[in-house]
Design a protein around this ligand. Structure first.
Ligand SMILES: Cc1cc2nc3c(=O)[nH]c(=O)nc-3n(C[C@H](O)[C@H](O)[C@H](O)COP(=O)(O)OP(=O)(O)OC[C@H]3O[C@@H](n4cnc5c(N)ncnc54)[C@H](O)[C@@H]3O)c2cc1C
Length: 534
């Protein structure tokens, strides 16, 4: 089959273009070496925010992110949630307070675009009433509104909607080379992860949406994408510490975020130049980076030192190259690169830069360019108004619990992943399939089966992203084995294959867990791993 468009990379940008292009009538193939949103997208702070910081040096990015964030909220209400933030004030003198107040007044103009409330100024007593754990030297606080999102699900639902619009999805399939005639790209050579089988796929246009890999991918065709990759880490704490986000100050004065996210709290991020392999960035989180993040939380809330960190995770920003600036100051603008104009390589476009918050707009611009290159008439983009799969009004979870025998809180968590498609996954499931397979996270066999059968999950890591398997405090020791047995039954894994999947999954979980452990806790967990009975 000759595709109109082959897309390399199923992060938010590749999945977003696949959806848009399929909805506009193109024949699309989307190739992802692992699973939707598994790289930078999933490693983000998971906020569809306006980018308050960029207001200082990149106002267009703040504006476009705010406008597009509102659209993301409208098309995926089940995946997005409001995060009221407190910006606690400590050492800032009167001048700095006024300056921050004025800064947030300016940001209010953009906050309104995404449905946020105006900022407010709180005195010390009001701030402590909202967050009693704040350090005693707090002198007041400012508030602002942002929006959080399940970034894995946002990428997955874009891909699944693309499939419903006619696109062919190929997860766990890596593009290993281009098909070239002279300096014209005719398609891609792909390798399936399961079988190692390689095959050629022809396409009129190939779009490189490889995120931090974009430069390496373009080089295979003799083209260039200049990025300034930046590593960012986050730490996940075991519980939801509160209902407010906090704006934190690192020991070096940088801004970090504390974000309540589902049942957890996440804190981050760092931003350092990174020129290693993006696939291995998770293995390169250091104890010092974790300490930097915890220190920032503890400066605002001293109790943070007693919170239990569950894991640390890292991603690589695919920021557009700029010379002479600190990583923090780089613009988050995005660009669709036409390699015919830039490098004399026809049939190839690349995406560079961008933000999760403005992915939809980036995808719209890229799809416009693809239609233009194909010589097709312009077709109106509908991705800003067409709901993503499962979007719908929030149900009354207590009433729903009378229909599907699960606790309302568990149903709400499933609804935040599946929305109205919860009924497809859980409706009609028997009591055994509705029993949780994990004591730490609301994951049922029924949801695992749905993720495999309907959403195409092929590994236990896929289940982590699709149904939050092992996202709770057990970190997989409780639920990975039962989930592996369900997958083995559905996918026909042999006992040896099941063991390999399980080992690989637990090893990956350990990679995230190891940097947050010290001393006796580290020894204790090493012991638990040693006796794991899978
Ligand atoms: C620490 C951090 C925090 C951030 N926080 C925010 C935030 O809160 N809000 C916000 O708006 N933005 C945030 N961002 C930016 C945002 O995450 C990125 O702009 C966005 O996720 C990039 O998506 P992408 O699809 O371009 O890249 P990716 O998500 O990395 O997707 C690229 C995909 O290509 C695949 N791939 C690579 N090579 C191949 C190949 N040869 N064949 C097939 N597939 C391949 C990869 O597996 C990957 O899934 C953050 C970024 C970082 C690093």
């Amino acid at each position: 089959m000759l595709y109109d468009l082959a897309i390399i990379g199923g992060g938010i940008n590749g999945a977003g273009v696949a959806r848009d292009a399929a909805l506009r009538g193109l024949r699309v193939a989307l190739f992802e070496r692992e699973d939707w949103g598994c790289a930078t997208t999933g490693a983000s702070t998971r906020m569809v925010h306006g980018g308050m910081r960029y207001l200082l040096y990149d106002i267009p990015t703040t504006r476009t992110s705010s406008v597009d964030a509102a659209r993301v909220r409208a098309i995926a209400p089940h995946l997005t949630f409001r995060i009221p933030f407190l910006w606690p004030l400590f050492r800032q003198g009167p001048f700095m307070r006024e300056a921050l107040d004025a800064f947030l007044s300016a940001y209010d103009r953009y906050g309104r675009l995404k449905g946020g409330l105006r900022h407010a100024r709180l005195d010390r007593e009001q701030a402590l009433r909202i967050e009693p754990g704040l350090a005693p030297d707090v002198t007041g606080a400012l508030t602002l509104d942002e929006w959080g999102v399940d970034a894995y699900r946002l990428a997955a639902l874009n891909a699944l909607d693309a499939r419903e619009a006619g696109a062919d999805l190929f997860p766990h399939t890596e593009v290993v080379d281009f098909l070239l005639t002279g300096r014209t790209v005719r398609g891609v050579r792909v390798r399936e992860a399961d079988t190692g089988r390689e095959r050629d796929v022809e396409a009129r246009i190939v779009l490189n949406a490889g995120g931090p890999w974009a430069g390496r991918i373009a080089a295979l065709a003799g083209a260039t994408v200049a990025l300034r990759p930046g590593k960012g880490i986050h730490v996940t704490f075991e519980r939801r510490i509160g209902n407010y986000g906090l704006i934190l100050e690192g020991v070096d004065g940088r801004t970090l975020f504390l974000v309540p996210h589902g049942a957890e709290t996440i804190v981050g991020t760092t931003d350092d130049d990174f020129y290693g392999d993006p696939a291995r960035v998770g293995e390169e989180v250091t104890n010092d980076e974790v300490e930097y993040v915890i220190e920032a939380a503890a400066r605002a809330i001293p109790q943070a030192r007693r919170w239990r960190p569950l894991r640390a995770w890292a991603g690589v920003r695919n920021t557009i190259f700029e010379w002479g600036l600190d990583a923090d100051e780089l613009s988050r603008r995005h660009e669709v690169i036409d390699h015919e104009a830039r490098d004399g390589v026809a049939g190839l476009l690349s995406l560079a830069g961008g933000k999760l918050a403005s992915y939809r707009l980036f995808a719209e611009e890229a799809t416009d360019r693809v239609l233009e290159k194909l010589g097709r008439p312009a077709v109106r983009c509908t991705t800003g108004t067409r709901p993503l799969p499962g979007a719908g009004p929030e149900p009354d979870f207590r009433a729903l619990a009378r229909e599907i025998p699960l606790p309302p809180a568990a149903l709400e968590r499933v609804w935040r992943r599946l929305g109205t498609r919860l009924h497809d996954a859980l409706g009609g499931a028997d009591a055994g399939d509705l029993a949780p397979i994990c004591r730490a996270e609301a994951v049922t066999s029924a949801e695992v089966r749905y993720a495999v059968r309907v959403e195409g999950c092929r590994t236990l890591e896929d289940l982590y992203r699709h149904v939050h398997l092992a996202a709770g405090s057990c970190d997989g020791l409780d639920c990975a084995a039962p989930a592996a047995h369900i997958m083995a039954e559905l996918l026909g894994w042999t006992p040896a294959q099941t063991r390999t999947h399980l080992d690989r999954f637990l090893e990956r979980r350990w990679t995230g867990r190891r940097p947050v452990l010290r001393g006796a806790t580290l020894a204790q967990e090493e012991l638990a791993r040693g006796v794991f009975p899978a």
